[in-house]
Design a protein around this ligand. Structure first.
Ligand code: NAP
Length: 282
């Protein structure tokens, strides 16, 4: 099975981002990312730490506002939206009502495409940022020369931050897309019809050999931490024996997501008040 590693692509994006960040800093406009957290869970804290490290490596200043009380989140996001020194804003989720709260993020600074306005722009082709994970999936496929036009793609998962936006990006690339979810009847019969299967359910081992057509391309977006602390995707290891190509977890979509997110920050810093639409562009 071919490994759809994201490491090389992430490095390419990161190098280009670091170059842009250095140019912006030299021009007196150092790119800055603001991260707002509201909950104290360890996996979210670990993600924020790794994002902060990656930002520093790319020359992007990262400011974390931790544990904002729920009733102050909108106010905090509005203040950051109005701060000319801040170019990108992330509200750390999961958070009940997260998309609603993200409404307070200026779309020009919504580098993870989380707000209803950004999602609307994605659907209508207006300039804006796509959710980084969704964009990462499509970029990863492009990097490995996986054709999408006219192909049958099945997406498992319909969240506003991964499943739905990736469905839209794939449609934009002329794939024929079917979306599955927890109420889908006979999941295997649908997924096994896919040329390209994108799995973002957050259920370790959900996709087994019976779910995958021989030779199909499988992108595993899932990240699940097992009891022993190891990180696995949604696709069972045995699938490697039937798939034609498979993205690893870790080392597949994850590193590309981080790189895309930081790329969005320099795009936001470089093009204000207009902003990029690297997600929607074909
Ligand atoms: P989410 O909001 O929990 O959505 C999960 C989706 O999967 C839902 O639409 C759900 O269906 C569907 N689903 C759950 N169990 C299913 C089953 N047994 N059969 C079919 N569909 C099922 O999660 P998310 O935020 O989209 O994230 C999905 C996964 O991607 C998670 O593991 C997350 O950690 C990972 N992730 C990875 C990255 C990265 O950079 N690699 C970034 C973001 C997220 P219903 O709608 O019917 O409930």
């Amino acid at each position: 099975v071919k490994s759809l590693s994201g490491r090389e692509l992430a490095e390419q994006i990161r190098a280009a981002t670091a170059e842009s960040a250095a140019r912006l800093s030299a021009a007196g406009r150092p790119p800055r990312l603001a991260i707002v957290t509201a909950t104290a869970d360890e996996s979210s804290a670990a993600y924020v730490r790794s994002l902060t490290r990656a930002a520093a490596k790319a020359g992007i200043d990262c400011r974390v506002t931790d544990l904002v009380p729920r009733e102050e989140i909108a106010k905090t996001l509005s203040a950051l939206s109005g701060d000319p020194l801040v170019h990108g804003i992330i509200l750390q989720t999961p958070l009940p009502g997260g998309a609603r709260l993200a409404e307070a993020i200026d779309p020009a600074k919504d580098v993870d495409g989380a707000s209803p306005a950004s999602l609307g722009r994605l659907m209508t082709g207006e300039p804006g940022f796509a959710p980084a994970t969704a964009e990462a999936v499509v970029r990863l496929l492009g990097h490995h020369d996986v054709a999408l036009r006219g192909t049958r793609v099945v997406v498992v998962g319909r969240s506003a931050i991964v499943g739905k936006p990736v469905t839209h990006l794939l449609l934009d690339r002329d794939a024929t897309v079917t979306v599955c979810h927890s109420r889908t009847r006979d999941l295997a019969s649908v997924t096994s019809s896919a040329d390209v299967l994108v799995v973002a359910a957050g259920r370790a081992g959900l996709i087994g050999v019976d779910h995958v057509a021989p030779g199909a391309t499988v992108v595993d977006v899932g990240t699940n931490v097992l009891a022993d602390g190891s990180l696995v995707g949604d696709v069972a290891p045995e699938v490697a024996a039937v798939a034609g190509a498979l993205s690893p977890v870790p080392g597949g979509v994850g590193p590309v997501t981080t790189a895309v997110l930081l790329r969005h920050v320099v795009e936001a810093a470089g093009s204000a008040p207009a902003f990029g639409n690297s997600g929607g562009a074909r």
